[in-house]
Design a protein around this ligand. Structure first.
Ligand code: SAH
Ligand code: SF4
Length: 427
């Protein structure tokens, strides 16, 4: 992997999209009122903004711990409610900081219960997130970018140009907002956390029950290629996985990539979540057409990178996503070749067959149900689990590959105007 890793850092071979085309300050989002938004910050980052605001190191450390807990464990946005902070300290915080949320532009509910939110960032960029409830789990599909540079031919997001990478705050913000919307922040007595003074507890409030939650899983499968926004996705997921905060286990988080090979080893070492790889084809010709990044990083190299992935992190089975497109990649021969390739690299793999989700303007069609079944049985008989994913939320364009926001409609001039307005507001 060493050589591959080096190529990621090698300026001679730049990877398109790794560099955010719209460089705006990231970790701490500036606000018109001059306050600092704490959303998405890690404990050390909170500590350092507190120090910059004037607290000494010891106080900043203690307060950052308390704030981290209130932000990510309790979902609190109001400093006045942070009952283990002395009253003057609460006021001091509120003058300097806020705990923000992405702005909700639109929320839709599908007939099958899938929910989709159109969100807007401070600088007017729109992106989407989707919540998919199931009998035994609830999965939040999180976006990593506004748009995508990769232009996979069957993907609606791919028809947008990349507007920009999302910040860690905007990525964590999606999870926070979902918890808000589902009403899943713990209230009442939390036992050992010792944060709230007993006087402030509401006796009738429900007890904290981590098992009762609807939001149990996260998939980085919304808009964008997460490995082209590696640092922000990593930092955001670290906050999401922190045991003192949202505390989602890495076993319940899946990152999906179209195959950005140079970043896969780092994803394994620095994030360590489950990996899903958008394979979608077994020949160079077809994958070059469907997933153009294949021209740069081919199938065999990709499978080798997959074989190396679990070694580094002890992660579980890799999921290969395979979209079923009529007369394109869905023959019995394709299925047999898929089995051969997975066996060749001795991959602990599972194949997720995704019926192609149509969108306006696409010229692909979904494979017939019998074709999908035949494909699935061949892979299954090859000893590899190959479930067919039930499309969810198609009626509200929330299914895989259907996400697309209106951000692209903003012209360069409009974006410049927005940036100028923001700059003016910041003084
Ligand atoms: N960029 C990442 C993650 C986002 S896409 C990636 O490509 O893996 C999430 C999944 O939806 C990917 O497997 C993608 O290939 C798939 N997808 C895209 N368009 C689709 C469509 N129209 N129908 C079904 N699946 C689609
Ligand atoms: Fe981007 Fe993934 Fe869509 Fe390809 S499938 S265009 S990588 S979001």
């Amino acid at each position: 992997m060493g050589a591959v890793m080096q190529s990621a850092a090698n300026p001679i071979m730049p990877i398109p999209g790794l560099i955010d085309p719209v460089p705006v300050p990231r970790a701490v989002t500036p606000r018109a009122d001059g306050r600092t938004d704490l959303l998405g910050l890690s404990r050390p980052q909170i500590k350092s903004v507190l120090e910059e605001a004037g607290l000494d190191a010891k106080a900043a450390k203690l307060r950052s711990k308390q704030l981290f807990h209130w932000l990510y464990h309790r979902g609190e946005t109001d400093f006045e409610a942070m009952t283990d902070l002395a009253k003057p300290m609460r006021g001091w915080m509120a003058e300097r900081f806020v705990v923000g949320r992405p702005q909700v532009v639109e929320a839709q509910v599908s007939t099958d219960g899938t929910r989709k939110w159109l969100l807007r960032s401070d600088d007017g960029q729109d992106y989407e997130m989707v919540f998919i409830p199931d009998a035994d789990r609830g999965t939040l599909c999180v976006s990593s970018q506004v748009g995508c540079t990769l232009n996979c031919r069957f993907c609606h997001t791919g028809t947008m140009r990349l507007v920009r990478n999302l910040t860690p705050g905007e990525i964590v913000g999606q999870v926070m907002l979902a918890r808000d919307a589902l009403g899943e922040w713990p209230k009442g007595n939390m036992g050992s956390t010792a944060a709230a003074s007993p006087d402030d507890e509401d006796e009738d409030a429900p007890q904290y029950s981590p098992d009762g939650r609807m939001l149990t899983n996260i998939v980085m499968m919304g808009m964008g290629e997460p490995l082209y926004n590696f640092e922000h996705v990593r930092d955001a997921l670290k906050v999401v996985m922190d045991g003192d905060g949202l505390a989602l286990s890495r076993r319940r988080i899946t990152l999906s990539t179209s195959g950005v090979i140079p970043m896969m080893a780092r994803a394994s070492e620095e994030i360590g979540v489950n990996l899903a790889v958008s394979l979608h084809a077994v020949t160079k010709e077809v994958r070059d057409e469907l997933v153009p990044i294949n021209k740069k990083y081919g199938i065999e190299e990709l499978l080798q990178a997959c074989a190396d992935y679990p070694k580094a992190s002890n992660a579980r089975r890799i999921t290969f996503e395979y979209v079923m497109i009529k007369d394109k990649n869905d023959s019995d021969d394709d299925a047999r070749e898929l089995v051969r390739l997975i066996r060749k690299y001795k991959l602990p793999a599972k194949v997720n067959l995704i019926p192609f989700n149509p969108w306006p303007g696409t010229y692909y069609e979904c494979s017939a149900p019998e074709r999908i079944l035949s494909f699935s049985s061949i892979v299954f008989e090859g000893g590899i689990s190959a479930p067919v994913r039930t499309p969810r939320g198609r009626d509200i364009m929330a299914a895989c590959g259907q996400l697309k926001s209106a951000s692209e409609k903003k012209s360069r001039a409009e974006l410049d105007r927005l940036a100028e307005e923001k700059q003016a507001a910041l003084g």
